[in-house]
Design a protein around this ligand. Structure first.
Ligand code: 5GP
Length: 181
């Protein structure tokens, strides 16, 4: 039975849990084909950008059929506001030299976060680095970013649910929606 969420009244639905599940299965299949040469000795490394991508990454991981391992990076630019602060704080403890990396992000908005995370990871000499984002807001882009895998293109609105928060709320919603202002 579907969960009832008391906190969902101020949210305009965008993508249902079923639509998200179907799209993620498609992306997982694509990734498995693209990285078919991965082995247990040389697995694909999923680097999940916390916190917003944790549910997406958990579901995506279970659709990928090639050997892969997971690590996490913490990046934040919003603080407790709805507007990007323009300062990205990055925290991690990763060993990525020589590995194929798939960076898993919740939303590419202005592009600043992913651009800075990518720049930092590239200094550590991975074999390759690809970006997988659940949501892309091309209208908001200020820094060029090309995602190899995108779940959905979305309008320039404030989105919550499915791991994505506002002030740490709404992460548990199974669907995605626009938070009414
Ligand atoms: P960017 O650095 O690309 O401007 O912003 C990326 C980060 O800002 C995302 O990873 C996400 O954490 C946050 N963000 C961007 N747009 C939204 C949004 O619509 N809703 C929420 N909750 N966070 C967003």
């Amino acid at each position: 039975m579907a969960k009832e969420h008391k906190q969902s009244s101020a949210i305009t639905p965008l993508f249902s849990a079923e639509a998200i599940e179907n799209r993620i299965r498609e992306i997982g299949t694509e990734i498995s084909l693209d990285f078919a040469s991965a082995t247990t000795e040389s697995p694909l490394l999923l680097i999940v950008v916390l916190k917003g991508a944790f549910i997406f990454a958990a579901d995506l991981l279970r659709t990928i059929t090639i050997p892969c391992i997971v690590d996490f990076i913490h990046a934040s630019s919003y603080g407790s506001r709805k507007i990007s602060s323009g300062n990205v704080t990055i925290k991690h403890n990763l060993a990525i030299e020589g590995r194929d990396i798939l960076l898993v992000e919740d939303i590419v908005d202005t592009g600043l976060t992913i651009q800075q995370v990518t720049a930092e990871l590239m200094t550590m000499k991975p074999a390759s680095l690809s970006i997988c984002t659940l949501l892309d807001k091309p209208e908001a882009r200020k820094h060029p970013v090309v995602a190899r895998y995108t779940g959905f293109i979305v309008p320039n609105a404030f989105i919550v649910g499915y791991g994505i928060d506002f002030n740490e709320q709404y992460r548990g919603l199974p669907s995605l929606g626009v938070l009414d202002s």
